[in-house]
Ligand binder design. Structure first.
Ligand code: GTP
Ligand code: MG
Length: 326
C-alpha cells in the first residue's frame, strides 16, 4: 500500500491506460490525488475528450482514495467533523492583539485572506508568518516550513533574517525552511498551484502563502468580456487551495488588493478585489488599514468570529503589538 496519498499512481484507476496516463502527466496531473482534485474541464482539456468521461475518471480517483482511507469521505458524522476540527492548529502572528482577533492565530484547514491598500502590511504579515510557523507548538508555531508563492516580486529574505533574529532564532535555520516560488503570469500561478501537493510533502510545509492571489489575473484579464473566464479560473484556483489546506492540514494565507466601490455612500468605499469567487472560498477575511505607524485589522467575514477590530504595528521585527515598541 502507498505510504502517502501522493504515492498513489495513476495506474490504479480503471480506464487509465499508458496513453491517457502520459497525457495526464504532461498536463500536470501526475497522481491519483492530482486527478481527484482536478476539475472536469481541466481533465477534459488535457485529454482532449468529453467532460463526461473526465468526470468519471475524477470520480473513480476519489473513490479509489476513499477506499484506501486516504481521502476524507464526503459524508462524515458531525463527531468525525469535530475530530477533524480538533486537528486544526493555529500559527501566531507576532502580535498578541492580532492573534486575539483571530482567536489564537492563523488556522490550518482554512484560507485566511489579508486585504488592504498598498503598504497596509499584507506582505509583512506573510514574512512574519514564515518565521512564526517554524516555532515549536508550545510557542505558537507548527514546527514546520512555509512555501511562499510570490506574484509581485516583493519577497525579501533579509526581512526573514531580521524577524528571526528579533525573536532570538537562528536565521539560517529559518531560511532553510522557507521555499520561495516566483510566478510571472496567471497561467504559471495556476500551474504551480496544481503541482503544490508534492512540495508541501517534500518540504514539510505547514503554511502556504500566495502574495497576492489576484494581481496577475487582474492585470491580464482586462475588459468586461473576459470577466467570466477570469472568475472561473480564480474560482478553481482558490478551491484547489482550500482542498490543499484540508487534505494536508496546513494554513493557507492569501493577500488581496482592494478596489474602490464608488457607489458606496456610507462607510468605507473599499472592497477586496475578486468578487464573490474569492469571498466564498476564503474562510477568514481580514481588512488592514494604515493609521499612521499603526495598523488596524478588522475581521470581515468569519463563520465563528465576532465582528471586531484591533491595532498592531509593523517594525523591523515584523508584526508586533503596539506596546512592544522599544
Ligand atoms: P502592497 O503589496 O503594495 O499592496 O502592500 P502591502 O500591504 O503588502 O504592504 P507591506 O506589507 O509591504 O508593508 C509595507 C509597509 O510596512 C511599509 O510602508 C512600512 O510602513 C512597513 N515596514 C516594512 N518594513 C519595515 C521595517 O523594517 N521597519 C518598519 N518600521 N516598518 C516597516
Ligand atoms: Mg505586498
Amino acid at each position: 500500500m502507498a505510504e502517502t496519498v501522493l504515492d498513489v499512481g495513476l495506474d490504479n484507476i480503471k480506464g487509465i491506460g499508458p496513453k491517457t496516463k502520459q497525457k495526464l502527466i504532461d498536463g500536470g496531473i501526475d497522481s491519483v490525488l492530482g486527478l481527484a482534485v482536478a476539475l472536469p474541464k481541466e481533465v477534459e482539456e488535457v485529454l482532449g475528450g468529453k467532460e463526461e468521461s473526465a468526470s468519471k475518471l475524477i470520480f473513480s480517483a476519489r473513490q479509489h482514495l476513499e477506499s484506501q482511507g486516504l481521502l476524507g469521505k464526503e459524508f462524515i458524522l458531525a463527531s468525525e467533523a469535530l475530530q477533524k476540527r480538533k486537528e486544526m492548529k493555529r500559527i501566531v502572528t507576532g502580535s498578541k492583539s492580532l492573534d486575539d482577533l483571530l482567536l489564537g492565530g492563523v488556522e490550518t484547514q482554512s484560507i485566511t485572506e489579508f486585504f488592504g491598500d498598498f503598504g497596509s502590511g499584507k506582505t509583512q504579515i506573510c514574512h512574519t508568518l514564515c518565521v512564526t510557523c517554524q516555532l515549536p507548538s508550545d510557542q505558537g508555531g507548527l514546527g514546520g516550513g512555509a512555501i511562499y508563492v510570490d506574484t509581485e516580486g516583493t519577497f525579501r529574505p533579509e526581512r526573514l533574517v531580521q524577524i528571526a533574529e528579533a525573536k532570538g532564532l537562528d536565521a539560517n535555520e529559518i531560511l532553510q525552511k522557507v521555499v520561495l516560488c516566483k510566478v510571472y503570469n496567471s497561467n504559471h500561478l495556476e500551474l504551480v498551484v496544481r503541482g503544490l501537493s508534492r512540495f508541501i510533502e517534500k518540504f514539510n510545509a505547514r503554511l502556504l502563502i500566495i502574495d497576492s492571489i489576484i494581481s496577475l489575473h487582474r492585470a491580464e484579464f482586462i475588459g468586461r468580456g473576459t470577466l467570466a473566464n477570469r472568475q472561473q479560473r480564480l474560482n478553481s484556483l482558490v478551491h484547489r487551495l482550500l482542498r490543499l489546506a484540508e487534505i494536508f492540514n496546513i494554513a493557507v494565507v492569501v493577500t488581496n488588493q482592494v478596489q474602490s466601490k464608488p457607489d458606496t455612500f456610507f462607510g468605507d468605499p473599499t472592497r477586496p478585489a475578486g468578487g464573490n469567487v474569492i469571498a466564498h472560498a476564503c474562510t477568514y477575511r481580514i481588512y488592514l488599514k494604515k493609521s499612521g505607524p499603526q495598523r488596524i485589522a478588522t475581521i470581515v467575514d468569519s463563520p465563528c468570529h465576532p465582528y471586531s477590530d484591533t491595532r498592531f504595528q509593523i517594525t523591523e521585527n515584523g508584526v508586533e503589538d503596539i506596546s512592544a515598541q522599544k
